[in-house]
Design a protein around this ligand. Structure first.
Ligand code: ADP
Ligand code: MG
Length: 245
């Protein structure tokens, strides 16, 4: 596969005495979509959160954007985090701010960009996700799907080199899911490097250039998406695909 943007070596993670990641060796290819699959509790969220320093790891190392990070090296994450966008299952918009304010906060306050430039970019992104009419709305006036779109725009406006998505459709009504997945598919077509945790298997099959399959905190299988979905090499992956179909 192509050049990798992230490479982990022998990553272990404990919560107290409980080991939740075991010797994780994965690579995240640049300009591709990597899908993280696995049963609930297999460590997907923990792993994706280690990719931007939201979660500490116990031993091993992560190489990201060419920098090698060892456990608990929080200083190094600061500058790396500015290059990564993340969207979670819960949208975490500021309830007392309009959609536009929510979106502008990062680029203005953190990145110190000019208001004119970021307002223009915000309007463009809002129109791309079908929310042009909502820039002055407050989060409580939006549906779950709309809030999730705002959360995606808020991450994208920072021009991230890597986007992490952790079950972004999991708390949405079924009729809202498609719209969000279409937005992610669009991003995939723009060659943005993405890591996506999802239970939407059709979507995963469509966008996943690479698949990493986790179980009990271990990588059971990783490789080319097309191969994974048609010829999984392990019984575990086969059983998982069966259970999801
Ligand atoms: P997934 O996202 O695949 O459902 P998680 O990464 O959330 O899995 O969880 C992996 C394991 O780590 C689970 O056994 C979970 O109970 C445990 N875990 C997750 N977060 C914490 C935490 N903050 N403290 C203790 N255990 C945790
Ligand atoms: Mg999770």
């Amino acid at each position: 596969m192509s050049e990798s943007l992230i490479q982990t070596s022998s990553l272990d993670k404990f919560y107290g005495k409980k080991q939740v990641l075991h010797q994780i060796n994965v690579t995240i290819p640049k300009n591709k979509v990597t899908v993280l699959l696995g049963p609930s509790g297999s460590g997907k969220s923990t792993l994706i959160r280690t990719f931007n320093g939201l979660e500490n790891f116990s031993s091993g190392e992560i190489n990201i954007f060419g920098q090698t990070i060892e456990p608990r090296n929080n200083k190094q994450w600061k500058s790396i985090q500015t290059r990564i966008g993340m969207v979670f299952q819960s949208y975490d918009l500021f309830p007392n701010m309009t959609v536009m304010k929510n979106i502008l906060l990062g680029p203005l306050k953190v990145q110190k960009r000019s208001r004119e430039e970021v307002v223009e970019k915000a309007k463009k992104l809002l129109s791309e996700v079908g929310l042009s009419e909502y820039e002055n709305a407050y989060p409580r006036q939006l549906s779950g799907g709309q809030k999730q779109r705002v959360a995606i725009v808020r991450a994208l406006i920072l021009n991230p080199e890597l986007m992490l998505f952790d079950e972004v459709t999991a708390s949405l009504d079924p009729e809202m899911v498609r719209g969000i997945l279409d937005i992610l598919k669009n991003l995939a077509n723009k060659n943005l490097t993405m890591v996506i945790v999802t239970h939407e298997m059709n979507f995963a099959r469509q966008v996943g250039n690479k698949v990493i399959f986790l179980e009990n905190g271990r990588v059971v299988e990783q490789g080319d998406g097309a191969t994974f979905f048609t010829h999984p090499t392990t019984k575990r992956a086969e059983a998982f695909l069966e259970s999801m179909s």
